[in-house]
Design a protein around this ligand. Structure first.
Ligand SMILES: Cc1cc2nc3c(=O)[nH]c(=O)nc-3n(C[C@H](O)[C@H](O)[C@H](O)COP(=O)(O)O)c2cc1C
Length: 346
């Protein structure tokens, strides 16, 4: 994986998450003591010391045991949340369970969430989801949508019929369900359908971070992946689109604490990061923890410089939206009189 992908840049070097179009207005007289700022929050019934999650990535191969162990230690020490990668591999081959269960072992107090693909729900059903929950003593399950990747992979699962119905079935199995994309974002119409199906939260996983089309392009011999690197709803736009009254995770190209602050000011409750943590998790628990600590410190500074004592106040700070992100939000009817409509409804 090259550095540009990690930086949330497209193949031509552009950052496309839309977060560069968001300006948080600086408060020159914040009237608070930075050391008193509270960055903690509640998320799906669990207390997080910061509104940060390590996004679903890995597990399922012996070499991933160490990465998940290191990431889990970082999550436990920082009091944040952590998701595991798709548990399909361990449902198929129980000898791989430890590469996932190590997360709960190392992070006994953290918000830990499991992961399965929506495309595979038909095969595994409610029983498979419950097995995945039990495997890591999960606080919630993420069900991922990755139809772009499925469509451009030669062996991909491209029958998307009945996905919402299956999500609805899973939502009644008694565990909070997070419906997440994997890099293409979610628009308002689907966010409403997901909410009405009974999901507890949405993770936008918007365009502008890790690109599965990009990954497929590196792997393949044709340019279809490169062409579809263009595809998706930018993270900043998707956050506003998904403001439908259930908890919201922002992800897709979040690479700093300022990005986290922007996402929360746009309407997210917590932020999730994936790719930058892969390399750090591979290095050591300390490396992952240091990186995340920096992100949280940058978030705290952003809060100080906007006069936000806590996350609730950060949600209300003044922002300016410019460029293509503004055009897209206007086109979709989210902006009236200079304000994002959905923020006013909160
Ligand atoms: C190496 C890697 C593996 C991933 N595996 C999964 C997965 O198994 N399930 C899933 O829902 N998302 C998966 N994702 C997507 C991430 O959870 C996240 O939604 C996406 O990468 C956007 O975040 P980022 O830009 O910070 O990487 C993976 C991402 C990476 C980088």
């Amino acid at each position: 994986m090259n550095k540009d992908v990690e930086a949330g840049l497209r193949w031509d070097g552009r950052r496309v998450s839309g977060l560069d179009d968001i300006l948080i207005l600086h408060n020159a007289m914040p009237e608070l003591d930075m050391s008193h700022i509270d960055v903690s929050c509640e998320f799906l019934g669990k207390h997080l010391k910061a509104p940060v999650l390590i996004s679903s990535m890995t597990g399922g191969h012996p070499s991933t045991f160490e990465i998940n162990k290191n990431l889990a230690i970082a999550a436990q020490n920082l009091g944040i949340g952590i998701g595991v990668g798709s548990q399909r591999a361990a449902l198929e081959d129980p000898s791989l369970v430890s590469t996932y269960s190590v997360v709960r072992e190392m992070a006994p107090d953290a918000f830990v969430y499991g992961n399965l693909g929506a495309a595979q729900l038909g095969k595994y059903g409610v029983d498979g989801v419950l097995k995945a929950v039990e495997m890591i003593d999960a606080d919630a399950m993420a069900i991922h949508l990755n139809f772009l990747q499925e469509a451009i992979q030669p062996e991909g699962d491209t029958d998307a019929r009945g996905v919402l119905k299956r999500i609805e079935e899973i939502c009644s199995c008694g565990i909070p369900i997070i419906v997440k994309e994997t890099g293409c974002g979610i628009k308002r119409e689907e966010a409403i359908r997901i909410r009405d199906a009974g999901a507890s939260a949405i993770d936008v996983a918007g365009f502008g971070g890790t690109s599965w089309a990009g990954v497929e392009w590196f792997r393949s011999e044709n340019d279809t992946g490169k062409v579809f690197w263009e595809w998706g709803i930018p993270t900043a736009v998707s956050i506003v689109e998904c403001g439908v009254g259930i908890p919201l995770i922002a992800s897709g190209g979040i690479r700093s604490g300022i990005d986290c602050a922007k996402c929360i000011a746009l309407g997210a409750d917590v932020c999730a990061l994936a790719l930058p943590l892969l390399k750090r998790g591979f290095e050591s628990a300390e490396s992952a923890e240091n990186y995340l600590r920096e992100i949280i410190d940058q978030l705290r500074i952003s809060m100080f410089l906007t006069g936000s004592m806590n996350i609730k106040e950060l949600k209300k700070v003044d922002i300016l939206i410019t460029g293509p992100t503004r055009e897209m939000l206007e086109e979709r009817g989210h902006i009236t009189g200079g304000f994002v409509k959905r923020r006013a409804e909160r």
